[in-house]
Design a protein around this ligand. Structure first.
Ligand SMILES: [Zn+2]
Length: 223
């Protein structure tokens, strides 16, 4: 009987003999003292856009919640099961993170499904259709714009949904109160899987720009 897939076990072996061994003291002190991450990241489940990898995070550094298309639902205390809201509440109220980053990414399957709800493989089943209805209005508006190509629509909705998630974050009283006191800052980011570019949202205009001069990316593009 195989308890875990082989590649998973190989990955673990690599981790325990490499990173864990090198950073044993860090893991031990985190175990003893508890975590105190300064930043929460809300990212997509997409296997190509892991925040810990993109931001080169050390253990204990990022508090991460991932869901389809990195969406934040509006504050809805209705007694239902709200996984993302629970993680947000814990990060903001218990861990007292100083920053919340909503990170979207290029070629997002969830966003693609929102733009084309009938397309496979993400045709609405029990949950995805309902979840992506969080951006239904925006998806309809972007889809209706015949001046945009398919890929332009995709990128536009990926970025619009980040702005929407930031607006929804502010519907949580704990978020808006701490933000008003200057104890919490909200950020938007967008990662381009194909080029490695990271774009960050200007909080005033909502536009996305590249915060780093990309010497390394030039080297990647030359490959
Ligand atoms: Zn995605």
């Amino acid at each position: 009987m195989t308890l875990l897939p082989e590649h998973i076990l190989n990955g673990y072996r690599h981790f325990i003999e490499g990173r864990y061994l090198a950073e044993t003291q860090t893991y031990r002190s985190l175990a003893r003292d508890g975590q105190a991450p300064e930043t929460m990241v809300i990212a997509c489940c997409d296997s190509r856009a892991a925040p810990e990898t993109v931001f080169g995070a050390a253990p204990g550094e990022l508090f991460v919640v991932r869901n389809v298309a990195n969406l934040v639902p509006p504050y809805t205390p209705d007694g239902e099961f709200h996984g993302t809201s629970a993680a947000l509440e814990f990060a903001v109220q218990a861990l007292r993170v100083r920053h919340v980053v909503v990170m979207g990414h290029g070629r997002c399957g969830g966003i693609k499904a929102a733009l084309d709800p009938a397309s496979s493989p993400l045709s609405p089943g029990d949950f995805i259709g309902k979840w992506m209805s969080l951006v239904e209005t925006e998806a309809r508006q972007v889809s209706a714009n015949e001046l945009l190509t398919t890929s332009e629509k995709q990128t536009a909705l990926e970025r619009i949904s980040i702005r929407l998630s930031l607006a929804n974050l502010r519907t949580f009283p704990c978020v808006s109160q701490l933000e008003a006191k200057g104890k919490l800052t909200l950020h938007g980011a967008w990662f381009d899987i194909s080029t490695g570019e990271l774009w960050a949202m200007d909080p005033t205009t909502g536009d996305f720009q590249r915060p780093l001069i990309d010497v390394e990316i030039a080297a990647i593009q030359a490959k």
